[in-house]
Design a protein around this ligand. Structure first.
Ligand code: NOJ
Length: 561
């Protein structure tokens, strides 16, 4: 791929949760040199680049999404030199590096916030955040009724130098993550400098944390009875001006290479997502809708259709300006692994609540082989869709969610803030198994400290080295599927055609679509589906095939003769 190709359009990007990927120095915490050591694995897997979860200095109250310094790299992860080594080694292998940028909030340890706390009400630094007086007689009630995404009030009261209660500050997430005030010019300027700093260091782009938030409803009013906090903290029209500005910064930095801005956009509608993809805003935005769908053909088809229709509308608005593209995803560090979501056969009555909890982090009894068969089939749909695809580390091993972490080990602020009502996200962040017969399954070197989250005994069954030797392994399947995408799909026109399924199957059973001469068929139920001859030769399947009968759950790609 040439340096100036629009690689972000259909790249396959591998998400690295650094702390849990590979530990090079034996402290039980993954680090950047650990990532560099595994680049051969990623290259062989067939991805085009890596998105690194935040690697900046941070107290680590929310896995690094609480940043104390946007211009440096955490020493615990290897510091700036280790990131430089990783960027150079990745580029040598023609792999892109995306960093995570977190513009909605920082850490309470950030110097601006520390200075703001030391100031009286109305101080200059306080303007860069959302400080307000409380309601009630003595200001003892939060300034409004907004809720944190991590449960509980979105406000925390400060103490003044004399120990008396003071103003409140807004935090859409944990109380250690104060929200920036994006109306303040210094905040805007700070982030322009952050972007330039890392572009100059050689990174190829950014995944933008909660990209639709940033601007809040003017006056920070209470939300009404039929509204949620998100209605007032997300998708405010002014947020788009921020990304038009960032696009100018990234276009100017893109001398002799192509850079990408990729938004984490949680949204109610596909149109809200594609609104960020206008030609002068983001290059890509995650489409999470598909990830939240139940395992049903109609639900998957309708979700993809909604996305495609929204993209078409965008194109109609400005036919001469190429828009950004969607980023498709089924796994991340925020959700239960797809194997466990799709294999859930007995949901726990008190499953996850809260924002997105039930869809992304359902708890209960899992049929792992069923979940694996479904997850493999879903991958074949994802890889055929127009846009980029994001994989999450360990997905290529078919790892299930670790649902039963010991309570004392859990660290997610969602777990802590909900007093254990929500399990949160630790179960998809358990350090990866690389070698079956090695301490910490090869995550750390011999003689190292215990991994920062305990690995269950069964993790060895999924270890990379065991799968290397097995042509029927999930790892082998991912390699084959990614190679097929590169050969047959990458660079193809976006157009999708939905195919009719013979009457013997209900619409909830089978889904079939065609793109670039490839027919993708997915059987959701357990009734086998006979693939019509006119669909062509099978070139890829999620499981072994008996003639032209595709067993459910399963998927295949066929090439027209
Ligand atoms: C979204 C990130 O993916 C998640 O891990 C984080 O906790 C929140 N944003 C807050 O930064």
């Amino acid at each position: 791929m040439g340096p100036t190709a629009a690689w972000w359009r259909d790249a396959v990007i591998y998400q690295v949760y650094i702390k849990s990927f590979a530990d090079s120095d034996g402290d039980g915490i993954g680090d950047l040199d650990g990532v560099t050591d595994k680049l051969d694995h990623l290259k062989r897997l067939g991805v085009d680049g890596l998105w690194l979860n935040p690697c900046y200095p941070s107290p680590g109250r929310d896995g690094g999404y609480d940043i104390a310094d946007y211009f440096a790299v955490d020493q615990a992860l290897g510091g700036m030199e280790a990131l430089d080594r990783l960027i150079a080694a990745a580029h040598k292998k023609d792999l892109k590096i995306l960093l995570d940028i977190v513009p909605n909030h920082c850490s309470v340890a950030h110097p601006w916030f520390q200075q703001a706390l030391a100031e009286p009400a109305g101080g200059e630094m306080r303007q860069r955040f959302h400080f307000r007086n409380g309601r009630g007689q003595d200001g003892e009630l939060p300034p409004n009724n907004w809720q944190s995404v991590f449960t509980g009030s979105a406000w925390t009261r400060t103490r003044m130098a004399d120990g008396m209660p003071g103003q409140w500050y807004l935090h859409s997430f944990d109380s250690t993550q104060p929200d920036f005030n994006w109306q303040h010019p210094a905040v805007r300027q700070h982030f322009r400098e952050v972007l330039r700093h890392w572009f100059d260091r050689g990174v190829d782009g950014f995944r933008i944390d909660v990209a639709a938030m940033l601007l809040k409803a003017p006056g920070l009013p209470d939300h009404g009875d039929h509204q949620s906090t998100a209605d007032l903290t997300s998708h405010q029209p002014e947020v788009h001006a921020v990304y038009r500005d960032w696009r100018i910064v990234s276009d100017r930095s893109a001398v002799d290479r192509t850079l990408a801005l990729v938004g984490e956009v949680w949204a109610q509608t596909a149109e809200e997502v594609t609104a960020f993809l206008r030609h002068d805003e983001l290059h890509a935005a995650f489409y999470f809708d598909l990830m939240t769908q139940p395992w049903q053909a109609a639900a998957f088809r309708d979700s993809v259709r909604r996305a495609m229709n929204a993209l078409d509308k965008l194109l109609d608005e400005a036919p001469d300006n190429p828009s950004g593209n969607l980023a498709w995803v089924l796994n991340s560090h925020d959700a239960h692994r797809s194997v466990s979501r799709y294999g859930l056969i007995q949901p726990h009555a008190s499953g996850s609540q809260g924002v997105m909890g039930p869809a992304l982090r359902p708890r209960g009894r899992v049929d792992v082989p069923l979940g694996q068969a479904r997850a493999r089939a879903a991958l074949l749909l994802l890889l055929a869709l127009p846009g980029s695809v994001y994989l999450y580390q360990g997905e290529e091993f078919g790892l299930p969610e670790v649902m039963d972490l010991p309570e004392a080990a859990r660290q997610d602020p969602i777990w802590l803030r909900s007093s254990g009502a929500e399990h949160g996200r630790d179960g998809c962040r358990v350090p990866l198994p690389w070698r079956d017969n090695a301490p910490s399954f090869g995550f750390s070197p011999p003689g190292a400290a215990d991994p920062w989250l305990p690995q269950p005994a069964w993790f060895g069954d999924y270890a990379c080295d065991r799968q290397e030797a097995d042509p029927a392994s999930t790892l082998a399947f991912y390699r084959t599927a990614l190679a097929a995408r590169r050969e047959l799909i990458t660079g193809a026109a976006a157009r999708l055609e939905w195919l009719d399924i013979e009457a013997s199957h209900t619409p909830d059973d089978v889904l079939a679509l065609r793109r670039a001469g490839i027919t993708v068929v997915i059987v959701f139920g357990d009734k086998p589906f006979t693939m019509p001859d006119e669909w062509g030769e099978v070139v890829l399947s999620s499981d072994a095939l008996a003639g032209r009968d595709l067993q459910g759950p399963g998927a295949a790609w066929l090439a027209s003769r």
